[in-house]
Write a protein that binds this ligand. Structure first.
Ligand code: ADP
Length: 494
């Protein structure tokens, strides 16, 4: 799937709404629900709330007065006090009488109350009716002539002294219409404020969340086109910033792999072509020109083939090492023994003289195969560049728990200004040097990569005309050491 910047966007999922609209919709629903709830409770249910509160209030006041009247040592003064207090506190008109309506205490809190219009006959009748209904009842009475509706609580009881009493409570139910009207106006304002507030908040939050996501999304699309030098924002909330960081990391890893791929193709095409041209050229000459089929020419073809093999192997090794495709297989092994073995193989080369100086057996925790490769590469270089005495010395030194391996030759040495460059890929000090043509120019890069992976130090001391000392260092461990080592600080010194 190839993404074109200005074309159709193949990443866009169908039937999904954007994050901004999602947040908007959420806020809109929330605001509408809150507004509806406010209207329902404040306007539609206000009356029934008010009524039920009033009903509860009149009933509990009636019951509390009845209970107080039935206490011991109740006298007329105290009765009056109880009734006056209750009437004042609850804004009710209260009447207390005996069963025949002859004796009454009346406290009126509202001028419209009908209690003072009741005659003793009425009271006696109410007493009898209430008594026959079980001693207690509550009813509401619609007001006449624009009078408000009243709620009335009646109860009969017997005092401690044996007297029967009648208690009537009367409270007016104020119509809620005017209150509702006031509330409505208030609610309209509130509704407008809430809509504006909801809208504002939705825009703010949507922007804080969606803007960075959209930015990251755009960058990711650019990344998908193969452009790895792209910046990812790490603004906004934590998760979004983390996403930005993750993508930035992915982009940098991708660009490394891409660089590696480019290098490899460029190098392969350049470096393989030379030996291949030689092989093809010599073969054709041998085929076409009589007498050219000499052992020397065959040897050249064989040499070039070997060179080709070394080159391909080195390229693969280096690519793998640099892409860290093969992990280090660390183990504790006897480095001294390992080098000794390598040197015995070289001993068979009759032209050269080799020596290995070591006065103790040293163990390291490292990848044995790769460290051997380091030694091979350094010794091979020494062979290629050593001087007339054709001597190569390998020396092991131990100091402060660090083992140092030195590969010493007496060749032409390396000029000081080139010392840094020799570790680079394909670098050759003197390209016309006969021996240099044998190498791939990758040997020291491989050495460097391996030692970097191990966190070991390495370097070279060289003097033109006298020779070079290539060295590397690893941490010494005890033979029974089996815990993992922390990588030491790596670096090259020249
Ligand atoms: P090559 O395959 O060319 O040896 P290397 O990466 O091993 O590639 O080495 C890079 C360059 O460093 C060589 O081409 C050579 O010029 C220089 N060099 C390496 N080892 C020595 C040495 N022991 N003496 C002198 N020059 C050396």
């Amino acid at each position: 799937m190839k993404y074109k910047k200005n074309g159709e966007n193949p990443f866009q999922p169908r039937g999904k709404i954007g994050i901004r609209w999602g947040i908007f919709a959420g806020f809109a629903i929330f605001t509408v629900v809150i507004i509806i709830l406010l209207w329902v409770f404040q306007i539609a249910l206000l009356e029934s709330f008010y009524r039920s509160i009033k009903t509860q209030e009149i009933r509990s006041t009636g019951e509390s007065i009845t209970a107080q009247m039935q206490q011991e040592n109740m006298n007329v003064f105290r009765m009056e006090e109880v009734i006056t207090n209750a009437a004042q506190e609850k804004q009710m008109s209260i009447l207390l009488s005996d069963e025949r309506g002859r004796w009454t205490i009346l406290k009126k809190s509202s001028p419209t109350s009908f209690l003072d219009r009741l005659s003793w006959v009425d009271l006696a009748q109410i007493y009898m009716e209430t008594d026959s209904r079980g001693g207690k009842y509550l009813y509401s009475q619609n007001g006449n002539d624009g009078q408000p509706e009243n709620m009335i609580y009646v109860s009969t009881f017997t005092e401690k002294g044996g007297d029967n009493r009648l208690l009537i409570l009367d409270t007016s139910i104020v119509p809620v219409e005017s209150t509702v009207d006031t509330l409505k106006i208030q609610l309209w304002y509130l509704t407008i404020v809430m809509i504006l507030l909801g809208l504002g908040l939705a825009i703010l939050i949507a922007r804080r969340i969606s803007a960075p996501i959209r930015q990251i999304n755009e960058s990711a699309k650019t990344l998908a086109t193969g452009e790895y030098q792209i910046e990812f924002e790490d603004k906004g909330f934590r998760e979004i910033a983390e996403l930005g960081n993750t993508l930035r990391y992915a982009a940098s890893e991708l660009s490394k792999v891409e660089q590696l791929r480019r290098d490899l193709i460029a190098n392969v095409s350049h470096d393989l072509r030379t030996p291949l041209t030689m092989i093809a050229g010599y073969s054709e000459v041998m085929r076409d020109i009589p007498g050219e089929n000499t052992p020397e020419n065959v040897q050249i073809i064989i040499d070039e083939t070997h060179r080709l093999t070394t080159l391909v192997n080195d390229m693969l090794d280096l690519s793998k090492l640099q892409a860290q495709a093969i992990p280090l297989e660390r183990s504790v092994f006897n480095l001294t023994e390992s080098i000794r073995e390598i040197m015995t193989r070289y001993d068979k080369m009759a032209d050269f003289r080799f020596s290995f100086e070591a006065n103790e057996e040293v163990y390291v925790n490292a990848d044995e195969l790769k460290i051997s490769q380091v030694v091979y590469n350094l010794v091979n270089n020494a062979i290629n560049y050593t001087g007339a005495d054709k001597t190569i010395r390998v020396r092991q030194k131990v100091r402060d728990g660090v083992v140092r391996i030195e590969v010493i030759d007496s060749g032409e040495g390396i000029p000081a200004d080139k010392l840094k460059d020799i570790w680079e890929r394909y670098y050759k000090v003197d390209k016309s040097h006969k021996r240099a043509q044998v190498g791939s120019g990758l040997g020291l890069s491989i050495v460097k990569s391996i030692l970097d992976l191990h966190g070991g130090m390495y370097g070279v001391q060289s003097e033109v005309g006298k020779g070079s000392v290539f060295w590397f260092e690893l941490k010494q461990v005890s033979p029974d050491h089996n815990e993992k080592e922390l990588p030491a600080s790596s670096g090259r010194t020249s």
